[in-house]
Design a protein around this ligand. Structure first.
Ligand code: WT7
Length: 663
């Protein structure tokens, strides 16, 4: 276990975080409708379950729940005898309430000039038609449907149509390669895949359907593939299996009768990296998940449905997109911008043009993107009118104070509060955050647990540590949107999260309450890396490397990186037979990086690969990753006395400069 408050981040990271003591008071003129009136912290702390029961009334229930929490560690059931339909809550009820003409989605394409406006009435029709189409393709309650799509409105429609039928979606990020897609489809036994011909990225096409075709060679359980035409690139076609969205969906009856499902009915699976090579199928259920995403969206973004234009700049392929593009905003009848492209599709000022033209009021994004925008220079946003913005959010990794202050100054015009929201795929919704208009903010701090959530920082033995001391972040009580488990592996669920500190959920993050009692997140303490906000496991990348014919052994570490938060550094030994044949190191390194991209995704390509004749091992044969991290981060080497051969690590440190690649 790493101790980020101890042996990592010592020189730069942690010191930099804590030397920034500036505090931003809640701006009084900002105090909002959502947050102004009640002492919600007081209310929630006095009776957390009562608070969540109250919040569950944000949903329309076909059958009101009479129970709140049933807890048999690690199994939680929230609102368990209630019944509801997720899609009805996101769409139908708003239309019934007279909001059919409200814009749900201002969709902005990768390339400037192409936009679509989708009202709640439009969404209603599209979801019902898609639900009818999926039924025609044989999707039934309880089935799993894989979704591998670009950021287009049909992705939102697909998710809502799936859950309307009581089936589960399993969205696989469009940047994953065919192998990664196949293993996720197999793990949850999906019957149907929804995809597109391709996706646009900075005007060029990145193919999706070909990856599906390749993945399905090893997924005999998939019976149907539904394909949206987005790029109009020619694709292969399997008759009987493949169907065009525009042919089958658009001819459907625009009425579809929804049914109510139990509050604990499974809603979706989202795969995420753990500490082993096999991604975990984190699954969520309906009533508790929807309650917490709706509540956090309302309070954290201080949401004003009549006037706000919200933009969560994330991809639907990750949990942020599920909770704060699809379910949270739609339950709250929000109007959103949904953007297909990259931050510089159509120019480095693209984001600011979108904010200016759509008068975006709330922007939610990741530190890695803020750092990229920052690198391009503040004169780029300065050329645009960003005065519509009133609130900024960040999520995905600890935000360095420089990026926070830049975001506050140049994007927020020193006027917008910043909510730094800590949560995880497993938590389903925001768990720690300041509340705009209520709590102060500090650059780099997540500040406080959300009302109704209870967090502690503990030491190795599980004892609560004092203010000013680092430790492990734990969650002491079940919360409505907590994952109900790992698909098909209840034992792993218990072992990973509930067995480290008795009775408490172990998040895998280091944290610290400062002397004012404000919460700071310090990064992962396990073998999970956070590269540009993408969660990857060191073991997963090691397995990918070792699957290459030339590789004997590989050790992967996450090293801190100015731009990407962490970067992947791999130490690789080649097979004896390969050492001569693959004498061209540069070429071998290039081939290995490409191999990782093909097996997992381009996002998993190591920044650096160091070819070494040996890896540092303990006498019992364990690779000393801690030392490799020191090497990768150019740090003074720690204790090397337990190594079989202490000279190995110095040799590797020497190699760092020569045989590496960081294009
Ligand atoms: C991990 C979860 C939550 C949606 C995106 C990531 C890190 C997330 C913060 C934050 C510091 C953060 C943690 C966490 N993380 N938000 N505001 N400050 N760290 O979801 O892929 O499940 O990753 O992201 O390390 O454990 P995810």
């Amino acid at each position: 276990m790493y101790r980020p408050w101890g042996d990592r981040m010592t020189e730069k990271g942690l010191e930099a975080l804590f030397s920034e003591t500036r505090q931003f008071a809640p701006s009084p003129d900002f105090v909002s409708r959502a947050n102004a009136h009640a002492d919600i912290y007081g209310l929630a702390n006095a009776d957390p379950e009562g608070w969540w029961r109250q919040q569950a009334t944000r949903l329309s229930w076909a059958k009101e729940p009479t129970t709140t929490l049933e807890w048999d560690l690690p199994n939680a059931r929230w609102f368990a005898d209630g019944e509801l339909n997720a899609a009805y809550n996101c769409v139908d009820r708003h239309v019934e309430n007279g909001l059919g003409d409200r814009v749900a989605i201002h969709w902005v394409a990768d390339q400037p000039g192409e936009e679509r406006t989708i009202t709640y009435a439009d969404l209603h029709r599209m979801v019902q038609q898609a639900a009818n189409a999926l039924e025609e393709l044989g999707v039934r309650e309880g089935d799993r449907v894989a979704v591998y799509m670009p950021m287009i409105p049909e992705a939102v429609v697909a998710l809502l149509a799936v859950v309307r039928l009581g089936a589960m979606h399993s969205v696989v990020f469009g940047g994953f390669a065919a192998d990664a897609l196949a293993s996720r489809i197999q793990d949850s036994d999906c019957r149907v895949v929804i995809t597109a011909d391709g996706a646009f990225r900075r005007g060029s096409v990145s193919p999706l359907k070909p990856a599906v075709d390749q993945a399905l060679e090893s997924c005999p359980g998939v019976e149907k593939v539904l394909v949206v035409q987005r790029t109009r690139t020619p694709v292969e076609w399997v008759d009987g299996r493949d169907h065009w969205w525009h042919e089958i969906v658009e001819r459907q009856d625009p009425h579809h009768q929804w049914r109510a499902f139990n509050a604990e009915h499974p809603l979706f699976i989202m795969y995420t990296s753990g500490t082993t090579a096999k991604p975990k199928g984190i699954f969520h259920t309906t009533g508790g998940y929807l309650t917490q995403v709706a509540t956090t969206y309302h309070y954290v973004f201080d949401h004003k449905p009549e006037t706000d234009i919200c933009w969560t700049a994330a991809d639907i392929g990750w949990i942020t997109g599920h909770s704060y593009i699809v379910y949270g905003p739609l339950i709250n009848a929000a109007t959103q911008v949904m953007y297909e492209g990259l931050p510089d599709s159509g120019g480095q000022d693209r984001w600011w043009r979108i904010i200016e033209s759509h008068k975006v009021t709330v922007l939610y994004t990741a530190p890695t993107t803020i750092r990229t925008l920052m690198k391009w220079g503040h004169q780029i946003p300065a050329g645009h009118d960003l005065t519509s913005l009133r609130l900024l959010g960040t999520v995905g990794e600890p935000i360095n104070p420089e990026a926070w202050v830049w975001y506050h100054t140049y994007i927020g015009g020193e006027r917008c509060p910043i909510v730094d929201t800590w949560w995880q795929t497993e938590t389903g919704a925001i768990m720690a955050t300041p509340l705009p208009g209520v709590t102060a903010t500090k650059p780099g701090a997540a500040m406080r647990a959300f009302p109704g959530i209870s967090l502690e920082v503990v030491d190795e033995q599980g004892h609560v540590v004092g203010h000013g001391q680092g430790g492990y972040l734990v969650i002491t009580r079940p919360w409505p949107s907590m994952t109900r488990g790992i698909w098909g592996d209840p034992q792993r669920f218990f072992d990973t999260y509930w067995n480290r500190f008795e009775g408490r959920y172990f998040a895998g993050d280091g944290a610290k309450y400062d002397d004012d009692g404000d919460l700071w997140l310090l990064g992962r303490v396990d073998d999970v890396m956070n590269v540009s906000g993408h969660r990857l496991s060191t073991t997963e990348v090691e397995h990918a490397l070792v699957s290459h014919h030339a590789v004997a052994e590989a050790a992967v570490v996450g090293a801190s990186d100015e731009h990407t938060g962490q970067a992947i550094v791999a130490f690789v030994t080649l097979k004896l037979s390969a050492t001569d044949a693959e004498a061209d190191h540069a070429q071998t390194i290039a081939a290995l990086r490409q191999h990782v991209a093909t097996v997992i995704s381009p996002i998993a390509k190591p920044r650096q690969i160091i070819l070494t004749p040996e890896l540092p091992k303990t006498r019992s044969g364990k690779i000393m990753r801690r030392l490799l991290r020191d090497v990768a981060e150019n740090r003074q080497l720690g204790d090397v006395t337990t190594l079989t051969d202490p000279t190995v690590v110095n040799m590797i440190a020497g190699l760092m400069g020569t045989h590496s690649s960081d294009d």
